[in-house]
Design a protein. Structure first.
Length: 637
């Protein structure tokens, strides 16, 4: 459960001890209602939060009855190898990419939608002809983590780096300050001391940043906002859509820590969504909403801008039959050339989430029917290599994903743990997203809370009253098999492999009746025998009702060699930072429990450098000895 839900439950239980209340309002019944609401909210959160601007006419809704990605149109070239759908004789995957439901609005709106769609097509077709008439690629840079006795950001995919609000190079701390106006550089050689700062561009906010250690650069992801729908661009003599959100990548050279120098910047339309670094390139994702007052004669009002220019037709994929107001834009930037975009693609979409493997990008967006019973997910695959992006395939399947840990690519196959109706399923797809294997009807009336894949084995946790931890053999993509299932009280929201044959779970403990959560729970599972997984040790933080790791895996500091497990968690009093160690003989040992100070504008991070742990919460930095676990230094930015 989420923190606010647990806090409310606690207040209900305490406040109702001496009060006679109706059965429907008793804590245990309220709990069930809250859990249902929580699941609905989690489901909504997994979908992009659309910015519906003005009336329904603001949306560029594609006409009903047109199938997605028809190869007979220019919207996607025939050589893009886009797959409309796969055979569904197994009954798991939808038989076709379903047609867009007919819009029930008035005929004027229908004509408006058709007209706007036609203009986008005209723009793309005209641009394609121009590109054809003209006639129409980068050195790979290694961004592997530098070796050293210090921690790195906890990432989803090994080998794919992620931005964060605090990082280190082994001596200096780089910290995003409250408000998002500055990245501060703090020297930790003797005592912590701020030596310089990098300012955000005017009227923009730094969302998060990267530290590329080999070429000594700080790469800031910034966003800007404006209340104006349009600005006049005299150089182009046209109206340009001024997005509610724009995304900018600003790179600084920090070889001289005291005097950072700007190395380049690029920008694109849309609200910043996420980013990744792989094979020497930064991949930046944003959502672009078409403006309400789009103008037929001005493509700039309905075509995204990337680095100051309208996107080219060959880079825009406009699925016929899809409705929506937005594009998913992904661009690549060579970290050696941070002043220009290497490649960009935009896909017209209803909004979703993304998982980035070491070779591909998977967009997954949920589609819910009117009665909410037949949930579906539209999955789109893009490949990337040395900054070059290409649309590969798409597929619709029944069910939806809990989060990006429920989808994983390995040895050319995509494995997914899917919630479907009142049951759950495991799907295995090939490189063209064709279903090759499946397991269905798993854990009826339970929901997936967490998942993790390692090689040809997958693990996932469902929950209703007990916590079944499933282990799945995925070595044969055509015949995945459940190896074992362990049922224990509570549930794990986050799973993390902890050395050989160990799996760490962080979640909540539940009483024997399965009615009340009584604290954050750490579980260490022995997975040496995949058919007989065991909970080797557990530890419950009583009256601690949530941990940031539940919704932000970057909040976890987990290092097997150093034997540390750190994370922020909240209870009745205030937010605390906990640091644990683990041994098979003693189980979990809580070595540190310290109050977290500072504003709640940014998430808490734990970073270690050699024998010191730095707990960073916005502008407040505290250092602790990893030998005595006592505070040894602090710094206020």
């Amino acid at each position: 459960m989420e923190k606010r839900e647990q806090d409310l439950l606690y207040k209900i239980e305490v406040g109702s001890e001496n009060i006679v209340v109706p059965d429907s309002l008793k804590p245990e019944n309220m709990k069930k209602k809250l859990e249902q609401c929580a699941w609905e909210e989690r489901r909504r959160k997994r979908r992009r939060q659309w910015k519906f601007v003005g009336t329904a006419a603001a949306c560029i809704v594609l006409v009903a009855g047109i199938t997605v990605y028809q190869n007979r149109t220019r919207m996607v070239k025939s050589d893009s190898a886009v797959i409309n759908s796969a055979d569904s004789s197994d009954g798991v995957v939808a038989k076709s990419v379903e047609k867009c439901p007919v819009n029930k609005g008035n005929q004027e709106n229908q004509k408006y939608y058709a007209k706007s769609y036609k203009e986008i097509r005209k723009y793309i077709e005209a641009s394609e002809k121009e590109e054809t008439a003209k006639g129409s690629t980068k050195e790979q840079q290694s961004c592997a983590d530098a070796t050293g006795d210090y921690s790195n950001t906890n990432v989803r995919q090994e080998g794919v780096d992620e931005a964060d609000v605090a990082k280190t190079d082994g001596r200096y701390l780089y910290v995003l300050e409250d408000g998002g106006d500055y990245v501060s550089i703090v020297d930790t050689k003797t005592s912590m001391k701020k030596i310089s700062e990098i300012k955000a561009p005017k009227d923009e906010t730094i969302e998060e940043f990267y530290l590329t250690e080999k070429n000594k650069k700080v790469v800031m992801i910034c966003s800007n906002s404006s209340d104006d729908d349009y600005v006049e661009d005299v150089t182009r003599s046209s109206l340009i859509s001024k997005q509610t959100e724009g995304t900018r990548v600003v790179t600084y050279d920090v070889q001289d820590k005291k005097h950072p120098k700007k190395a380049g910047e690029v920008s694109q339309n849309g609200e910043y969504e996420l980013s990744r670094i792989s094979d020497g390139y930064l991949y930046i994702f944003s959502n672009y909403w078409v403006a309400e007052k789009w103008k037929k004669k001005h493509p700039s009002t309905y075509i995204p801008y990337v680095d100051g220019d309208l996107m080219k037709a060959k880079d825009i994929y406009l699925p016929e039959g899809t409705k929506g107001c937005m594009y998913e834009i992904v661009s690549s930037i060579n970290l050696k050339q941070p002043d220009k975009i290497a490649d960009s693609k935009a896909i017209f979409s209803e909004g979703g989430d993304a998982y980035v493997s070491n070779k591909n990008i998977y967009y997954y967006e949920e589609e819910w029917t009117g009665n909410g019973k037949q949930e579906k997910t539209l999955l789109r695959k893009l490949s990337y290599k040395k900054g070059k992006l290409a649309v590969v395939a798409q597929k619709t399947f029944r069910g939806y994903l809990n989060d990006s840990f429920s989808i994983d690519e390995y040895d050319g196959y995509l494995r997914m743990v899917v919630m479907r109706g009142k049951t759950n399923a495991v799907y295995v797809l090939d490189q063209k997203l064709k279903l090759t294997g499946k397991i269905t009807n798993l854990a009826k009336d339970e929901r997936v809370y967490s998942a993790r894949f390692l090689g040809d084995t997958g693990y996932f946790v469902t929950y209703k009253e007990t916590d079944p931890l499933f282990s799945v053999d995925l070595s044969n993509p055509k015949n995945p098999k459940i190896l074992g299932r362990l049922k224990i009280p509570g549930f794990s929201n986050y799973l993390h492999f902890y050395g050989e044959d160990k799996l760490l779970g962080i979640g909540m403990n539940v009483d024997k009746k399965g009615d009340v959560t009584d604290g954050v729970k750490l579980s260490m599972f022995d997975i040496s025998d995949k058919k007989n997984v065991k909970e080797e040790h557990k530890y419950t933080l009583k009256d601690v009702y949530s941990t940031d790791v539940e919704w932000d895996y970057k909040a976890a500091l987990i290092d097997v060699e150093k034997n540390i497990i750190g994370f922020p968690a909240g209870g009745e009093n205030r937010q605390m930072y906990y640091l644990f160690s683990y041994t098979e003989e003693k189980g979990f040992q809580c070595n540190m429990k310290e109050k977290i100070y500072g504003s709640d504008a940014l998430s808490t991070r734990g970073i270690y450098i050699k024998d010191r742990l730095y707990v960073i919460h916005g502008n407040v930095l505290k250092a602790y000895s990893l030998k005595t676990y006592k505070k040894v230094d602090d710094c206020l930015l």
